[in-house]
Design a protein around this ligand. Structure first.
Ligand SMILES: [Zn+2]
Length: 326
């Protein structure tokens, strides 16, 4: 199975460390996923990465000698192409850390390092829902909101490498909730996984004032416990509060996609992340909001698709960083 065209994708997350051996067609042929690097010193985290690489290689029936490159993802800002980490939101200690250089010195294999959203964008564009769409935008909604931009077959990174930070687009100037960036009304502060409890509490008050049912879904007794999986289950149970939250999220994501349309006029937008688990009406409403706002300004309908690669996108994208521009 394995040959010299294999590459390795490393998705270093805040809690999860996923490593996969990826073949030339974008298939993961061996992997290793662990959760034991949290709170460790940087060099110890790199030890864990090396360990997972060897486990993934062994699962794929191959060895380091058959690997042409290793792509490492960091869950925060990282400078391209030298791979020095800039921000440290999820992994304290990784401030100004030469991730690419350190990994290359350890492995003796060419390495590249980028952020996770860029890699997922590349994966969907090359092997997933974005095949044939150019320019393409990937918008991922999970705990936070991120994304990436493909122009002429390549990632567009911007001046300092932070292009595609769609989560901090301001979509509600009247205020809304405060974002982790300090501003108010960012897309991420209104329609991401982390703000579900606040959004639900606010919407429940509104429903109650309108005399509508504002009960939490079955099995959930407190707003703080409400998460995306419960929202999806609540919608399936026809829970009014869950449906109202998902509807509001859809409207904000739709506004976000509309803004993307006006700025970049992409051929298509691919949606990914945990929101893929939300019910169909979420996608219908988000698309309707975007198309309605664009109206006659959209001469040829921008394609909006759900991502196809799910949680595999990061590892596949990390491995495909080497193919960029080919
Ligand atoms: Zn923000």
């Amino acid at each position: 199975m394995a040959g010299k065209s294999n590459r390795i994708g490393v998705d270093l997350g805040g809690t999860k460390l996923a490593v996969g051996v990826v073949d030339s067609k974008g298939n993961i042929v061996g992997d290793s996923v662990t959760y034991d690097h949290v709170g460790l010193h940087e060099e110890e985290v790199l030890d864990r990465i090396e360990r997972n690489i060897d486990r993934a290689l062994s699962a794929a029936g191959t060895s380091r000698g058959d690997v042409s490159g290793v792509g490492v993802l960091f869950p925060g800002h990282i400078r391209w192409p030298d791979g020095v980490t800039l921000t440290t939101s999820n992994l304290p200690g990784f401030k100004n850390f030469p991730l690419r250089e350190k990994m290359e010195a350890r492995l003796g294999i060419p390495c590249l390092a980028d952020n996770d959203a860029n890699a997922q964008t590349l994966a969907e564009y090359r092997y997933g829902a974005g095949v044939g769409l150019d320019p393409m935008v990937f918008l991922t909604v999970s705990t936070g909101i991120g994304g990436g931009i493909i122009i002429d077959g390549k990632l567009y990174r911007g001046f300092t490498g932070t292009a595609g930070e769609f989560g901090h687009m301001i979509v509600d100037v009247s205020g809304g909730q405060r974002c982790t960036c300090g501003n108010y009304g960012c897309l991420m502060s209104l329609a991401s996984g982390i703000v579900i409890p606040k959004a639900a509490e606010r919407i429940a008050k509104r429903l109650a004032a309108e005399g509508a049912c504002s009960d939490l879904p079955d099995g959930c007794h407190d707003f703080d416990a409400l998460n995306g999986a419960m929202l999806a289950a609540g919608c399936a149970d026809e829970n009014e509060l869950c449906k109202a939250v998902v509807q509001e999220y859809a409207r904000y994501i739709g506004i976000g996609m509309y803004n993307v349309f006006q700025i970049l006029n992409p051929r298509g937008i691919v949606l990914g992340g945990g929101l893929l688990n939300l019910p169909d009406f979420f996608f219908d409403e988000a698309m309707a909001t975007c198309y309605n706002l664009a109206g006659k300004m959209m001469y040829d309908r921008m394609i909006i698709r759900r991502g196809l690669l799910g949680s595999r996108a990061a590892v596949i994208g990390a491995a495909s960083l080497f193919e960029e521009g080919k």
